[in-house]
Design a protein around this ligand. Structure first.
Ligand code: ADP
Length: 473
């Protein structure tokens, strides 16, 4: 069953359910029909017996009897005669009627119940069900009350199966049509499910094609429609787009990383070959070793930055968020950073008190450190750096300004890309991941970063976190 195609399974379930419902409906109809037929049989029984009450007459004088010249049945009874109309014997709707004396002696008529079981006591005007000779019968007794007829009883008898013949026909027909109906419904169900599931087939084929052909640019095409399957196809297409982007980013990252690592590795190899080629002076060895050390450190920083960045990007680590007193965070980070004093630059800060932000302390410190480090690195001799934290609307704004070399306008949107470095900073210690990391941390906190800069005058990096903070007075 498990290995059967869904189409087949649905058809089978559908057919089984259909069979069940139809059988149940047939059963109910049959039962109701049976009840109706039995009621009709009972009503006919009562009606026939009641009609026959008038068919029995009593005469005291034989002359009275011949007045119509129509002698049906004549019988001496007590001091007179009983005249019974010949209609009495007509089996209307299968009902037999018999006339009895009060001591249950059969006088006239018909009774299909065998003689031995006919000794059932009389009960006036009540339909009863009796079993006799293996068959079920309805009987209806009627006491005669007309003058001279006192003490006589009429008994109507009809077989319970009376009228059930056409029920059997209905049943036979049903049994004949049921398999036909089942076959039709199974066929219809199969064709319907095949049509309904055809988009799934298309989705599956497209997904397979994308998988085997490694072609993430392909999309599932189902045409116009808004049903669940079209939504599923849309979700798949969305997933392929994200996958394609993720693969592309990954590929770019690998190529950028290997490109960045190639330079220090080449320098290290060249320095080693140079030193081992022939005996060198102590000074030359020292210079080579210093170069190797510098490039080694650069590689190590690069690898650490890359690992940190990809962890953050993939959210591989769980960066727990807590309520942070931002003034306290800025204060403590800037106090440490102020000691750098690279190029004689001084760091000042101003943080609005009472801003509590829900974020990750480590990441926010890292963000501030990256920006201040850059400000030192690209600052001018004896310049200034200013860090400012203030509340804006429901959120907060954190900015780092310097009066350094500034950034050309055409470079301002590129500097947040991974591994991007302007030409003048290539020889420095950075790897071009600092600002990409800043942007990623801002995104992690639902914030954004922008730069305002003028070459030769300085730069201002502004981080805006629109929500997630509140003020404590
Ligand atoms: P890097 O390691 O090169 O500093 P970043 O991602 O931190 O990498 O910065 C990317 C580029 O942005 C730098 O190479 C530099 O050209 C420019 N940049 C960043 N911060 C500043 C700044 N405060 N002043 C001028 N240029 C900057």
């Amino acid at each position: 069953m498990k290995s059967l195609p869904i189409r087949m399974k649905i058809t089978m379930w559908f057919t089984a359910a259909f069979l069940l419902v139809v059988s149940f409906a047939f059963f109910i109809v049959f039962l109701v029909h049976l009840q109706i037929v039995r009621k009709i049989v009972r009503d006919n029984l009562i009606e026939t017996v009641e009609d026959n009450v008038d068919e029995v007459e009593y005469y005291t004088n034989i002359e009275q009897f011949g007045r119509n010249n129509n002698t049906d049945y004549l019988r001496i009874y007590q001091d007179g005669y009983l005249e019974i109309d010949d209609d009495f014997l007509d089996r209307v709707n299968g009902v037999c009627t018999a006339l009895y004396s009060s001591d249950m002696a059969f006088l006239y008529g018909e009774n299909p119940i065998p003689r031995e079981s006919a000794g059932i006591g009389f009960c006036d005007s009540k339909v009863r069900q009796v079993k006799a000779g293996g068959y079920l019968y309805f009987i209806f007794d009627r006491k005669l009350t007309a003058k001279g007829l006192e003490g006589l009883w009429l008994r109507g008898v009809v077989s319970e199966t009376q009228g059930e013949d056409h029920m059997t026909d209905v049943l036979r027909l049903s049994l004949l049509f049921l398999p036909l109906l089942v076959v039709c419904s199974a066929l219809g169900g199969y064709l319907l499910t095949k049509k309904m599931l055809s988009p799934i087939q298309a989705i599956s084929e497209s997904a397979c094609g994308i998988g085997t052909g490694n072609d993430l640019g392909r999309r599932i095409v189902l045409g116009e429609g808004k049903d669940e399957l079209h939504q599923l196809a849309e979700s798949f297409n969305g997933m392929f787009t994200r996958l394609e982007k993720a693969f592309e980013t990954e590929r770019q990252f690998t190529s950028d990383a290997s490109h960045e690592l190639r330079t220090p590795v080449s320098v290290i190899l060249a320095q080693c070959e140079f030193s081992l080629e022939e005996p060198r002076s102590g000074e030359e060895y020292e210079r080579a070793l210093r170069t190797i050390l510098r490039q080694g450190r650069r590689m190590s920083r690069l690898i650490n930055d890359m690992l940190d960045f990809s962890r953050l990007e993939m959210r591989a680590d769980s960066f727990a968020c807590e309520e942070i007193d931002m003034a306290e965070l800025v204060e403590s980070a800037c106090t440490d950073l102020a000691f750098i004093r690279e190029h004689g630059i001084t760091l000042r800060w101003e943080a609005e008190r009472g801003i509590v932000f829900c974020g990750n302390r480590g990441l926010l410190t890292r963000l501030l450190t990256n920006l201040v480090n850059n400000a030192y690195r690209y600052g001018r001799e004896n310049g200034r750096i200013f860090v400012c934290l203030k509340r804006v609307g429901e959120g907060m704004e954190l900015s780092v300004s310097d009066d350094g070399i500034g950034i050309a306008e055409e470079e301002q949107e590129k500097i947040f890309r991974r591994f991007y470095q302007s030409d003048h900073s290539r020889c420095g210690t950075g790897a071009g991941l600092g600002l990409a990391m800043v942007e990623e941390i801002a995104k992690f906190h639902n914030g954004s970063v922008r730069v305002e800069s003028e070459p030769g005058k300085g730069s201002r990096f502004v981080l805006v976190f629109p929500a997630g903070c509140f003020k404590v007075d």
